[in-house]
Design a protein around this ligand. Structure first.
Ligand code: NAP
Length: 305
């Protein structure tokens, strides 16, 4: 699969990442086939989090892909920490303990990328910096990033943390593109003009932070998939028409739409279906025109001023 550098790092990553949040919903043998097929497709970047399945998603992954030295070199592992029951926690102790638990579940000695999962209101960035230094020095984490953070939160971290933030994982799909809509509605009185994210997309581009769109097929907050959904007739008609033009299906076009954005995003898919994953990977070869991109944007209900 086509690859790119993750943020300012030298890490080469496939342009489509494989999310592991739902791997506990399939059988062990399906999980084994899914992970092996991902690798065959060149999709070797796996996105985990310590909370997925209460830790079982990482365990299932390690179980179906035992980590000998040869295998470990062929995969890129990202995980996240910072969410606890009823609170968020970016304390040094929580970060360090979480990484040890992640490594033990994944049965590996290092992860390629660690993300802070959701902003902790009580964050003390000095503690994050200390934790990152320790994890970098002892070789447990190679690169660092964040998720669901706005520009000022990243600025606060960057004042103390010396490692570059290589990625920001954010909810983004065709039907959940408010971070794009606010940018074309500047100073308007309509709802789309409300800046909910502090212009995070432009900030990430300015600082070479790779945006990783999560839930690329969902509308709302895990409300369902917008493809083939009667709630979105105009959008689906437009996507299907464009898909036919390229000889691909609608799944491919939904990912191609994210990849067409010049921010050079790395969408994180959630499917556990090998055929759908192959359709997502195919998007790396589809380059939508500007007109097609805007047609899809407008068909999702976005209005240009
Ligand atoms: N940072 C964060 O806060 C955060 C939050 C949520 C998720 N994530 C990450 O993002 C990843 C993706 O999230 P997600 O699973 O919500 O994403 P998604 O790819 O939007 O949704 C995947 C789900 O949609 C279903 N689906 C139905 N039709 C589909 C189609 N045509 N194409 C693709 N999927 C279809 C899949 O079912 P099948 O399996 O049957 O295909 C699967 O259950 C997660 O695995 C996780 O790694 C991060």
């Amino acid at each position: 699969m086509r690859s790119m550098k993750l943020g300012v790092s030298t890490l080469d990553v496939p342009v489509v990442a494989v999310g592991m949040m739902r791997i506990n919903r399939i059988t062990r043998s399906e999980a084994e086939t899914f992970v092996k097929t991902s690798l065959d497709l060149g999709a070797n970047f796996f996105d985990h989090a310590n909370i997925y399945g209460g830790g079982t998603c990482e365990e299932i992954f390690a179980d179906v892909l035992p980590m000998n030295d040869d295998t470990r070199e062929k995969v890129l592992l990202q995980s996240k920490c910072g969410i606890r029951k009823g609170e968020f926690d970016f304390s040094k102790q929580h970060i360090l303990e979480s990484v040890d638990a992640i490594l033990s579940r994944l049965k590996t000695t290092y992860i390629d990328v660690l993300l802070l999962h959701r902003p902790d209101i009580l964050v003390e960035p000095e503690e994050v910096a200390e934790a990152f230094d320790i994890l970098e020095t002892n070789g447990k984490v190679r690169h660092f990033g964040v998720s669901n953070q706005n520009p000022m939160q990243m600025e606060l971290l960057r004042r103390y943390v010396k490692q570059p933030i290589v990625t920001n994982q954010l909810q983004l799909s065709i039907t959940n593109a408010t971070m794009m809509a606010q940018g074309v509605n500047v100073n308007m009185e309509n709802a789309a003009a409300v800046n909910r994210d502090g212009s995070v997309l432009d900030y990430c581009r300015l600082h070479d932070i790779t945006v990783q769109p999560w839930s690329p097929f969902q509308y709302g907050f895990f409300e369902g998939v917008f493809l083939d959904n009667p709630k979105f007739p105009e959008l689906n008609a437009r996507i299907d028409e464009i898909a036919a033009r390229y000889g691909v299906n609608n799944t491919t076009i939904a990912i191609a739409w994210l990849l067409r954005h010049p921010a050079k995003m790395q969408p994180v898919t959630g499917t556990m279906n090998v055929g759908r994953l192959a359709d997502c990977v195919k998007a790396a070869e589809v380059n939508l025109t500007r007109t097609e991109w805007y047609e899809i944007y407008r068909a999702a209900g976005n209005v240009l001023p």
